[in-house]
Ligand binder design. Structure first.
Ligand code: HEM
Length: 89
């Protein structure tokens, strides 16, 4: 996956709700490593796959991106999110 390409996917598709790794709709479900570990199923086993799954399928108020982003764009943005979570955004 290409996290650098994922950064521009994030700006265009995610930042409206997740600027700086935050969550404007459900404030406690941020993209920090600790929140991802707490709320995202499978994060501890395969972090990138767990983020890609949520982006593909959506969850509650988060829209599904299946068909709006390509599988490669989804892999790239998931790699970017995990990198940023590791770095503390
Ligand atoms: C949750 C990523 C776009 C709204 C999450 C989570 C991830 C994520 C990894 C889990 C966070 C956690 O549980 O702590 C992304 C990515 C996006 C994107 C990579 C772009 C491709 C959006 C957009 C919105 C949104 C555009 C608003 C319209 C939400 C909400 C949750 C969430 C409401 C909480 C869902 C729940 O568990 O109830 N997002 N997101 N996301 N996201 Fe996104």
């Amino acid at each position: 996956a290409d996290a650098a390409a994922g950064a521009s996917v994030f700006s265009a598709n995610c930042a409206a709700c997740h600027m700086g790794g935050r969550n404007v709709i459900v404030a406690n479900k941020t993209l920090s490593k600790s929140d991802l570990a707490k709320y995202l199923k499978g994060f501890d086993e395969d972090a990138v796959a767990s983020v890609a799954y949520q982006v593909t399928n959506g969850k509650n108020a988060m829209p599904a991106f299946n068909g709006r982003l390509s599988p490669k764009q989804i892999e790239d943005v998931a790699a970017y999110v995990v990198d940023q979570a590791e770095k503390g955004w």
